[in-house]
Design a protein around this ligand. Sequence first.
Ligand SMILES: Cc1cc2nc3c(=O)[nH]c(=O)nc-3n(C[C@H](O)[C@H](O)[C@H](O)COP(=O)(O)OP(=O)(O)OC[C@H]3O[C@@H](n4cnc5c(N)ncnc54)[C@H](O)[C@@H]3O)c2cc1C
Length: 216
Amino acid sequence: MNGTAQEQIHELDALVVRAGFGGICMLYKLRNELGLDAVAIDKVGGVGGTWYWNKYPGALSDSEGFVYQYSFDRGLYEQTPWKTKFVTQPEILEYLNGVVDRYSLRESIQLETGMTDAEFDESSGTWTVRTDRGVTYRCRFLFTGLGLLSATNMPSFPGIETFEGRLVHTGAWPEDLDLTGKRVGVIGNGSTGDIWEREASTRRSLRYAVRRSRRR
Ligand SMILES: Cc1cc2nc3c(=O)[nH]c(=O)nc-3n(C[C@H](O)[C@H](O)[C@H](O)COP(=O)(O)OP(=O)(O)OC[C@H]3O[C@@H](n4cnc5c(N)ncnc54)[C@H](O)[C@@H]3O)c2cc1C
């Protein structure tokens, strides 16, 4: 927190820390169904969580589209127009933004606001949650669901510090990056690495896949 900024304290019933699939649903349940005074915060500049971060070419769901959506609103479920069996990142992000607008959740979401610490006071039964924006929340209920994939893991191996090219992580994809015709090495061959390799070949990027040897 900036020590010179005046601390603002917001009293709430509930605070949700994240605005991905889970956080949007939680905010909807707390605010729209239970009528609680609830707010969600996220450290990035948009909603969507994983789908905000993973903007690399070719990113798409592993589950079939008919299960990878909310089921709490039948009308929404029936009108969701997935075009393909697996759903692409831009479609999922658009869907999540659509859900936020459909239920007027945006007014209760504070973006670019990261939780820095949380303290529970046993005597009053309240949480004090501090953020990197100088805003402090006091609430009875705190829901954290920071997601398995919201922190990137950049591998460390000899020579990485002297590599002169650009190093990027699929989980924090820079929007200005066009790899067409570039020489690209891919480290990791889970589903993201595989998708990415396929996408790179359609863009005619020359690529090298670095794979871990198979375990027996
Ligand atoms: C390419 C890809 C395909 C996938 N396909 C599937 C699939 O088919 N089926 C499936 O079930 N899952 C799939 N997943 C997993 C996906 O992550 C989850 O389905 C889901 O989106 C996770 O949502 P979440 O709300 O739990 O977390 P996230 O979407 O990760 O959201 C967590 C949020 O917390 C925020 N945050 C973290 N720390 C802080 C902090 N200190 N303060 C404030 N905010 C913070 C982050 O910015 C992030 O926005 C896929 C993931 C990827 C990357």
